[in-house]
Design a protein around this ligand. Structure first.
Ligand code: FAD
Ligand code: EPU
Length: 340
């Protein structure tokens, strides 16, 4: 039986730790309760927001509509061959819990994506990525429900239109499609481990590991992440606040003329990706505190809430950062975090 709550606190349901409320709030633990919720007038009359772990959301005010909190659970093997296993995970499963479940069975493919907070169902939304790997590389299909018609739909990777921190779910299907499960294709043997990322190689070398397993790569990723990213259980944050910008080779060269040590990465179609954290640090923001919010001392791309900060304070700081990067480098930063 679906329970529709009112004026529900969201403080513990967003990793920024912003103290706001939802006008209406419902938890959906399975597709039957989602169908029940769909039949209520509140679904037709009110703006809605699907909420997973709240680790990529910034609330700037009370949400004047219906928050649908996803708690769907379950993981199972749907097919198996000699080299691959196909795993389906319900969208409310914790992402890192799924990674650990797969590592326990020595299945490869998710190790570089270890310790990313949030739910499995939100992973395709921005095509989560870390340390040279994106989820699009292992996704076989995404299942969900059209919230207007109630119809089930299965999307292929092509239909998901994955890009860097992008997918169709952030555009045409935004708040219209509830992802109920995802299916991944993982390796059972002959794992194709990606250890190209400098920091992973360094950790493996320090640990004298020459033939790493998926678990070894995961352990290295976890160690790297713990050394620079703040734990949301300790200090409020939503990971990278901005995306890394891509600029033309000409723009990159002109910045490098003045800053020879600027890090950069080539992308497809001759653009160059510049780490936003580096740009922000050059503007003097790293470790700066502004009232109750600030810029993380180890990673300038992460805005933190030291406690009691509001969404408006965080947005104001992000606008100041964006303006100073624009002024110094003529580069425009785009937010990664979903601001509501
Ligand atoms: P939420 O914040 O709850 O929602 C995010 C968006 O997805 C919202 O628009 C929401 O409406 C929508 N949504 C959520 N669930 C569903 C669903 N079932 N159906 C339809 N829409 C849905 N991200 C990376 O890519 N790489 C990283 O390395 C990384 N590191 C991070 C480190 C830290 C410390 C933190 C706090 C965040 C980090 N993130 C990273 C961002 C974040 O963890 C991911 O984007 C994650 O996938 C968000 O999951 P969530 O369940 O918390 O989503
Ligand atoms: N850098 C600085 N100063 C800083 C931060 C970074 O100079 O304050 C430089 C680093 O020295 C390095 C480069 O920027 O040369 C890249 O830094 P890092 O490896 O920390 O990665 P990032 O580009 O800042 C991205 C993702 C992260 C992901 C890591 C690891 C984006 C927007 N962010 O960060 O994802 O975990 O790479 O792959 O693409 C997230 O999306 O929330 C997130 C945390």
């Amino acid at each position: 039986m679906i329970e529709l709550k009112e004026h529900t606190p969201l403080l513990h349901l967003n990793t920024f730790g912003v103290d706001v409320r939802a006008r209406y709030f419902a938890e959906v633990a399975d597709t039957a309760s989602l169908e029940e919720l769909r039949m209520l007038p509140v679904m037709r009359d009110q703006p809605r927001l699907i909420l997973g772990g709240g680790s990529n959301i910034l609330f700037t005010r009370d949400f004047q509509g219906l928050v649908i909190h996803n708690t769907m659970k379950g993981m199972r093997i749907v097919a198996e061959e000699s080299d691959y296993v196909h795993v389906e995970a319900a969208s409310g499963e914790n992402w890192h819990g799924l990674v650990l479940y797969c590592l326990d069975r020595n299945w490869g493919g998710l190790e570089n994506l270890s310790l990313i907070p949030g739910t499995t169902g939100a992973a395709p939304i921005q095509n989560i990525g870390a340390y040279g790997v994106e989820i699009k590389q292992v996704i076989e299909c995404v299942d969900g429900i059209d919230l207007s018609s109630g119809q089930h739909r299965r999307l292929t990777p092509d239909e998901c239109q994955f890009g860097y921190r992008e997918s169709v779910f952030k555009h045409a299907l935004r708040e219209k499609f509830f992802i109920s499960s995802i299916t991944l294709r993982l390796t059972k043997k002959n794992h194709r481990l990606d250890t190209q990322y400098g920091a992973i190689r360094e950790v493996l070398e320090q640990r004298r590991i020459t033939s790493p397993t998926p678990r070894d790569v995961s352990d290295a990723v976890i160690a790297i992440r713990r050394s620079k990213l703040p734990d949301p259980a300790v200090v409020g944050n939503a990971g990278s606040f901005f995306k890394n910008p891509t600029v033309t080779a000409k723009v990159a060269e002109s910045i490098r003329g003045e800053y020879p040590s600027m890090p950069s990465y080539p992308t497809e179609n001759q653009y160059v990706k510049i780490p936003a954290g580096w740009l922000i640090e050059q503007c003097g923001w790293r470790g700066k505190k502004v009232g109750r919010v600030g810029v993380h001392p180890q990673q300038a791309l992460v805005i933190v809430n030291y406690g009691g900060g509001t969404g408006a304070e965080i947005v104001a700081l992000s606008e100041e950062i964006r303006a100073s990067v624009r002024k110094k480098f003529q580069v425009e930063l785009m937010t990664e975090v979903n601001i509501v």
